[in-house]
Design a protein around this ligand. Structure first.
Ligand SMILES: [Zn+2]
Length: 317
């Protein structure tokens, strides 16, 4: 089994397999990536690999592996209180004290921190001591969607494992497998909106994914030769809130990237990508992608949306 059940992330899986089988595993890992990127799946596989008693770790079949996957291994300890906004220093101190009690049955005693970004400075400082010189059976797995919020002193002691987005093909295949009855329009909308992360795509399918209404109008407007159509999409957007505006632009950018892939011979992830690829040249698509990238930069720099929409209606023509 090894790390096969984790989709994509090939380089990362190869690196882990090599370091585990070569006896070069670290005792401290920082698994980073956005929500739905597979951090928890990887943490479970890694914990199983540490406890596994077979050759190909994690085998997924031995008693130790099974206990980890069932979430009942006494030596895999989750340090969190979901009821609380932050992970308290009290919890951290308790974990550090517990670390000096030998494992019950496993080879290792593994502490899993599901939201490391929510450990405040005091807690992180309390952690430092135990991650610096733990007993030889001590392992720490930190999961975070904001690695930058960890102290450099903590971060520098971890091997960082960054989750990568999955390709459209892998995502689509996995969604089809999980949702055999879903219609292909909602699957392709979920793939487009997920940024390549399976967890997000699954949530989107479950909640009935659809594209933004502005997107449904924007792509035909971009395909058409009539400049007024672009204006009629962009003008109402001038009054939007910045946090509503940004994801729409991102979705347009994703669709254009999808159209470019269609032009290079790959199958379309969404019918709108095909429509775009059929009506615009590669050069025009590259230019549109660049224009949107610059527009996103302006959104982040707090430039007025009326100005941005005006610029877009001219530059995308
Ligand atoms: Zn095993």
């Amino acid at each position: 089994m090894k790390f096969d059940s984790l989709l994509g992330n090939i380089g990362l899986k190869e690196r882990l397999t090599a370091s585990l089988s070569g006896g070069r595993a670290s005792h401290c890992y920082l698994i980073s990536g956005p929500v739905g990127s597979g951090k928890h799946s990887l943490a479970k596989l890694l914990a199983a690999a540490f406890q596994c008693t077979e050759q190909d770790k994690p085998c997924g079949r031995c008693n130790q592996c099974r206990k980890v996957f069932d979430g009942i291994h006494p030596d895999v300890i989750t340090v969190d209180d979901e009821e609380k906004k932050t992970v308290s220093v009290k919890l951290i101190r308790e974990a550090c004290a517990d670390l000096y009690i030998r494992p019950n049955e496993g080879k290792k005693k593994i502490y899993l921190f599901p939201r490391a970004q929510d450990i405040r400075t005091e807690g992180q400082n309390a952690l430092l001591k135990c991650i610096e010189e733990p007993p030889d059976y001590g392992v720490f797995l930190f999961l975070t969607d904001h690695a930058e919020q960890l102290l450099t002193t903590v971060r520098s002691r971890c091997v960082e494992l960054r989750m990568s987005p999955l390709s459209d093909g892998i995502l689509t295949g996995e969604l089809r497998r999980r949702f055999p009855d879903a219609d292909s329009a909602s699957l392709s909308a979920a793939v487009l909106r997920s940024d390549g992360y399976l967890g997000q795509a699954i949530t989107l399918v479950e909640n009935g994914a659809a594209l933004f209404p502005q997107t449904e109008e924007f792509i035909p407007a971009l395909c058409s030769t009539e400049p007024a159509r672009l204006l009629s999409v962009l003008t109402p957007m001038e009054k939007m809130k910045r946090e509503q505006f940004r994801p729409i632009l991102l979705q347009w950018q994703t669709l254009i990237a999808g159209a470019l892939r269609v032009r290079s011979g790959l199958p379309p992830v969404h019918p709108l990508c095909k429509q775009l690829a059929d009506s615009r040249s590669t050069a025009a698509l590259l230019k549109a992608s660049q224009v949107l990238k610059e527009a996103l930069g302006l959104v982040d720099a707090n430039v007025g949306l009326a100005h941005i929409c005006g610029a877009l209606s001219i530059l995308l023509r």
